[in-house]
Design a protein around this ligand. Structure first.
Ligand SMILES: [Zn+2]
Ligand SMILES: [Zn+2]
Length: 1180
């Protein structure tokens, strides 16, 4: 026996989950759920609309997902090209913060044919790769972009990596250079990368033993949501935000030779960020893991980040791919800056401070300053600097004469769950108390606001309170002229906060005071009711606005209908019984109708839907949703914070103004403006646009921006003929035509630097940022193209249109043979259309089935190791037989050869046919990965229809956001990609079934047979792959070294070579081939081998047999998988009862020793032992 203890009972429903401790690099089991820790859960039954998501939980649809889908092909100097070529190592560098998300990938490719020829030259390799654009950020307004490319070439002489840095060239030129390097004896290695619509295309070569492609992507801004405070006193409310990042590891079944690929990651997060604790928030992890996309996958949750001076980090490496779907989950909790969303305001402070207009000219670093210098059109050098200018619009009360309506809209959740207890009281009672105190605080500040000029005596004050559960259950309105409010007629009790009419006013006719007392009494007495629907109260409020404005005009007849300033208080303890799309649409409509200028979302309890709360908060204003698991008491820090934030936001709403800005810096010379504003980037809520040019001065013009709101922060993108310092002095901003005080103009260092700054400019000029408004009379296409090209070349970043490319070259030390034109690999194909379904659903005619893959009709298939239906393995090169489903030898002496072969696949008319002629679209799946993918397309389309058709009929408004339903992934969502990736296995239900069709017992039997074959302990009957007849013992067998498992009989010999250029068919005559296993540095590191020894001499060229090479990789992978993925192997074996959780150390040592051994017989021996034991354990 090679394991020590018996397994404890693992139920098959238990999901595989691990925690990676980043400090110790140790993996351990995910902590079990302890029921006593869930006392915080409300003690009443879940109501429709309450969000059962655990505190801080998230929907799978809001994961920031990283999946890397790469397809590659390789060409060699003498060996035939390989069409389906796989990396030997994949590494990810993930750098994530609240404002940016960058992923770098390293793909390492090893040359299986590497060897020295008789003429002293080495066999060299060219790799062509396509990387699909699939790092996905939910709701992002930015596309995935390639921001840097580097190549590395392995120096076979010095045994080290040599960097090939790249610079930008026009794409056509880059291609010509790379072709020349690869195809002639240049003693150079070159690489290029271009940006295509759906992929990043890369070519590298010629490399010797191995080469690397390093790509860095900017993924824009990650999906972030407001963390729920867990402290009882609410002191952590509004203090942090969460970023869920999921790295989906590529995987391959146990018998897939490409599973030998190593995989690793490195995480960089903002300093002092931590991950959501798997013990405190275990339910959030379990909830996520239980969702459809992830439930059949192994979860590896990263915890205990390493705190370094500038970053928090984590890393881990595995020396082979997992055997089933696996994701690494990095659930970051990033602290907010102290002043994020808040102005620090004492609750006692009567009125928050005003802010003035501020103009900040950003000063780039010296280097960026040089790189951003442009020469504008004209003879000679006409320097102008690309400049970003931040304009913070003032937040102050402008003198006004016109009266306005101050409209406070309170939407308060009184669903049944608010009846659950919170300390000595209920959540609802706390909400009542909050409503009351909030209202009175505002009412009693009227005198101060009048004094500050924020309110005018003839303004109208209206409060509308709507109490809702599943409906807008109750509402109350109070409305009066500000001058009619007499604070002296009310008395407030200092301890309870309650009000009553002052005795002196008891018999006065102060109707307002009496109404206030009634309003307060009513709002303090709201009782919890039914379930929760956010849309109902919002729609109810929207429908009342017109009437409320009319009523206000009765009080102050000269009130204009447009002079409304609304504020929303949204208090909830639950989720919404509908889609977040419904809610956002309803809120947007209310914001527009009521001229909402700000608002606050407050949520308490475990059932608050954080995603919806965050989205609603973002629509109302700049403040985060204030979310707490517990309701803080009055006087506790959390409640003070809620009050201070709410009051400040409310005063900001009262001060709200919308105005026109004009920006100029005078004339540079006659008729030449010193600055030209090309673009403006706005806040999400802002609705600015460029207006008519300011021609008030005859010498120069100004750019006018309409619709700027108080407190807005705009970023202007401009060309400036002045240096930054002079510009900061001369820039002139007018508000509504009035020149502003120049003391608010400052110069500050640019916040972005290097590639990030350049990428920002490229995204803006390329129209890839939806927050940007173009000043079309200045930002004309010719000028923009000119600027784009300049930035692209200056910064080494390709344009977003693909007109420029990365190109790098370096001399190499090796004596490498060129790879001539005939040996070039075909372009790699991402086998199918990898755009999200929504994007392709109307364009079936554009499906591309990739390049010609197969020229020979497919033959009947036979199950064998490496032929899993969804597991492409190494195949013949261009023109080789398509797919990997080649048959091999029939085993005469071994039983399972008698198994019925799967039905033959249909003729492959569609393969390589032009898309329009693909009549067999949707035909039954052949045992080929690519055809299986084609299969999935119609399924996805059906899914799309199934989801859309019913919802369309019910839909009142178009959904702005497809809903979060755990079991209903939005059709346009990136997660569909997982189903159509070539390096990742599909994870949808259908394909899981296909994958599991392969019974472990069969796989193990196949493995056993393979090892017996490699050890020569089994008699093999070969079948001619051309005529399909058995090759008798007396006949000579001809074996193709370059195909996986191809043999010909004497009669057919010559046929294969005549069709397949460069394939080497050898006469076997019973002689067996041998070869050496190449060393794997990552594995060696894992095994603790000192890597200074000289790499093993590669096997003589003539002996590489793709069939044997592939089989050996599979056996070696089996051993490594035992070390790395035992936990998944147990699950795959359906938790065979005799298997232990942890493997015995002596056994592990034996596996390591075999992997270290230069004698592959030892590997086969240990492999045999593993397989035999697993077969025994599954047959019991
Ligand atoms: Zn034959
Ligand atoms: Zn061949």
């Amino acid at each position: 026996m090679w394991f020590a203890n018996k397994t404890p009972d693992i139920s098959s429903s238990q999901k595989t989950a691990l925690v990676l401790n980043a400090l110790t690099d140790e993996l351990s089991a995910f902590p079990a759920r302890i029921d006593s820790t869930i006392a915080t859960q409300p003690s009443i039954t879940l109501q429709p609309g309450d969000d059962p998501t655990p505190p801080n939980g998230v929907s799978q649809n809001n994961l920031n997902g990283i999946t890397v889908v790469v397809a590659a092909s390789a060409g060699f100097s003498t060996a035939p090209p390989m069409e389906d070529f796989h990396p030997s190592n994949i590494h990810y560098d993930v750098d994530v913060s609240l404002s940016s998300f960058t992923v770098s990938t390293v793909f390492e490719f090893e040359n299986p044919y590497y060897a020295t020829h008789a003429d002293g030259k080495t066999e060299s390799m060219v790799v062509k790769a396509k990387v699909a654009k699939f790092i996905a950020v939910p709701d992002s307004n930015k596309e995935l972009q390639l921001i840097s490319t580097k190549f590395q070439d392995w120096d076979e002489v010095k045994h080290q990596w040599v960097d090939i840095t790249t610079s930008i060239a026009y794409a056509a030129q880059a291609k010509a250079v790379v072709d020349a390097v690869i195809q002639t004896q240049s003693d150079q290695t070159a690489g290029m990368a271009t940006v295509q619509d759906e992929s990043f295309d890369v070519t590298l070569g010629p490399v010797g033993m191995k080469g690397r492609i390093l790509l860095t992507f900017s993924c824009g801004v990650p999906f972030v949501y407001d963390a729920m405070g867990l402290a009882v006193d609410g002191s952590d409310i509004g203090k942090g935000r969460l970023i869920p990042v999921s790295l989906f590891l590529p995987w391959a079944s146990l018998t897939d030779q490409k599973g030998g690929c190593g995989v690793s990651f490195d995480l960089k997060a903002p300093a002092s960020s931590i991950t959501l604790s798997p013990s405190d928030c275990g339910d959030a992890y379990r909830h996520l893991h239980g969702q459809k996309l992830l439930q059949d996958s192994t979860m590896i949750a990263v915890a205990s980040l390493k705190q370094e001076p500038t970053h928090a980090t984590a890393r881990h490496a595995w020396s082979c791919l997992p055997i089933s779907p696996t994701f690494v989950l990095i659930w970051l909790l990033v602290p907010n800056d102290n002043d994020f969303g808040f102005e620090l305001l004492s609750i006692e402070e009567p009125v928050p401070k005003e802010t003035e207009l501020k103009v900040t000219v950003l000063q780039p670093s010296t280097k960026d300053n040089e790189l951003l210098m442009q020469s504008l059109p004209g003879a000679g050098y006409n320097p102008a600097q690309l400049t970003r200018i931040i304009i913070d619009a003032p937040r102050k009360a402008f003198p006004r004469i016109k009266p306005q309506l101050v409209l406070n809209i309170g939407l308060s959740d009184a669903s049944g769950s608010t009846g659950c207890s919170s300390g000595s009281t209920t959540v609802r009672a706390q909400f009542n108390e909050m409503t009351k105190r909030r209202f009175l605080k505002r009412i009693f500040s009227i005198p101060v606001l009048l004094e500050a000029g924020i309110l005018q005596p003839h303004d109208v004050w209206t409060d509308v309170a709507i109490v809702f559960d599943g409906s807008a259950r109750d509402k109350r309105v109070i409305s009066f002229r500000v001058s009619d409010f007499k604070p002296s007629n009310l008395i407030q009790d200092a301890t309870t906060g309650n009000v009553k009419v002052a005795p002196s006013a008891m018999f006065s006719n102060d109707k307002v005071a009496k109404e206030i007392v009634e309003f307060v009494a009513w709002s303090g007495n709201v009782q919890p009711g039914g379930w929760t629907d956010f849309v109902k109260p919002v729609d109810a409020a929207t429908s009342m606005i017109h009437e409320l404005v009319s009523a206000a005009r009765q009080l102050t007849p000269n009130l204009e209908t447009s002079s409304v300033k609304s504020f929303i208080d949204f208090d909830t303890d639950g989720g919404h019984n509908g889609t977040s799309g419904d809610v956002t649409t309803a809120i947007k409509s209310l914001v527009e109708t009521a001229a909402v200028r700000n608002g606050i979302v407050t949520g308490f309890g475990a059932w608050v839907n954080q995603d919806i709360a965050s989205k609603v908060a973002a629509l109302l204003g700049p403040n985060p949703a204030l979310l707490g698991l517990h309701v803080p008491k009055f006087g506790q820090e959390g409640m003070d914070r809620i009050f201070a934030t709410g009051f400040t936001a409310w005063v900001d709403a009262l001060r709200f103004e919308s105005f026109d800005l004009s920006v100029t810096a005078g004339a540079f010379s006659k008729n030449t403006d010193a600055i030209q504003v090309l673009f403006a980037k706005r806040d999400e809520k802002s609705r600015i646009e460029f207006g008519a040019v300011d021609v008030s001065n005859v010498e120069y013009t100004g750019s006018v921006i309409n619709g700027v709101s108080s407190g807005d922060s705009l970023i202007l993108y401009a060309t400036s003929r002045l240096d930054v310092k002079t510009l900061a002095e001369r820039i002139e901003v007018k508000i509504n035509g009035v020149k502003q005080n120049s003391s608010s103009q400052v110069m500050k260092p640019e916040v972005l630097e290097g590639p990030s700054l350049a990428f920002e400019w490229l995204a803006v000029t390329g129209g890839k940022d939806s927050a940007v408004v173009s000043n079309s009379s200045v930002a004309v296409p010719n000028l923009i193209t000119r600027i784009e090209d300049n930035i692209s070349f200056a910064y080494n970043i390709p344009t977003l249109t693909g007109s420029t490319a990365y190109l790098g070259r370096a001399t190499n030390a090796g004596n490498r043979a060129p790879v001539d034109k005939a040996h070039q690999p075909p372009d790699a194909t991402l086998t199918n259309n990898l755009r999200p379904v929504a994007a392709v659903r109307d364009s079936t005619e554009s499906f591309s089935f990739g390049s010609a893959r197969s020229h020979e009709p497919r033959k009947k298939t036979k199950r064998f190791v490496g032929m899993a239906p969804s597991a492409p393995t190494l195949t013949g090169g261009r023109g080789g037989r398509g797919g990997m489903a080649t048959k091999s030898f029939r085993s005469a002496s071994y039983g399972f050869g008698a198994q019925p072969a799967p039905p033959p696949p249909p003729p492959v008319a569609s393969f390589g046919a032009p898309p329009a002629l693909s009549a067999s679209f949707g035909a039954p799946p052949a045992f080929s990965f690519s055809s299986q993918q084609q299969q999935m397309q119609p399924q996805s389309q059906q899914l799309y229809r199934a989801q859309q058709t019913p919802s369309r009929s019910k839909m009142v408004r178009p959904p702005a956001y497809q809903e979060v339903d755990n079991n209903n992934v939005p059709t346009s969502h990136w997660s569909r990609i997982l189903n159509r990736s070539s390096n990742l296995k599909a994870t949808n239900q259908e394909s899981i079934q296909q994958a599991t069709e392969e019974l472990p017992a069969d796989v193990l039997a196949n493995l056993q047979y393979t090892i017996q074959k490699l050890l020569g302990t089994v008699t093999i009957k070969y079948v001619c792959d051309t005529c399909n007849r058995e090759i008798d013992d007396g006949q000579t067998r001809f074996h193709c070294l370059d195909c996986f498992d191809f043999d010909e009989c004497q009669r057919c010999n010559g046929g294969h070579v005549s069709k397949m250029a460069f394939h080497r068919v050898v006469s076997m005559n019973g002689a067996s081939t041998s070869f050496t296993i190449q060393k794997d540095p990552l594995l060696e590191k894992l095994l603790g081998i000192n890597n200074t020894e000289k790499p093993a001499t590669p096997a003589p060229f003539s002996t590489l047999d793709v069939t044997a090479w592939s089989h050996t990789r599979i056996i070696k992978r089996l051993l490594v998988a035992m070390l790395e993925w035992w936990i998944e192997i147990i699950v795959w074996l359906h938790h065979a009862s005799t298997l232990p959780d942890v493997l015995d150390n002596a056994f592990l040592a034996e596996v390591r020793s075999a992997l270290r051994s230069p004698d592959e017989k030892q590997i086969f021996g240990v492999g045999m032992k593993i397989v035999d034991t697993l077969i025994r354990s599954t047959s019991k």
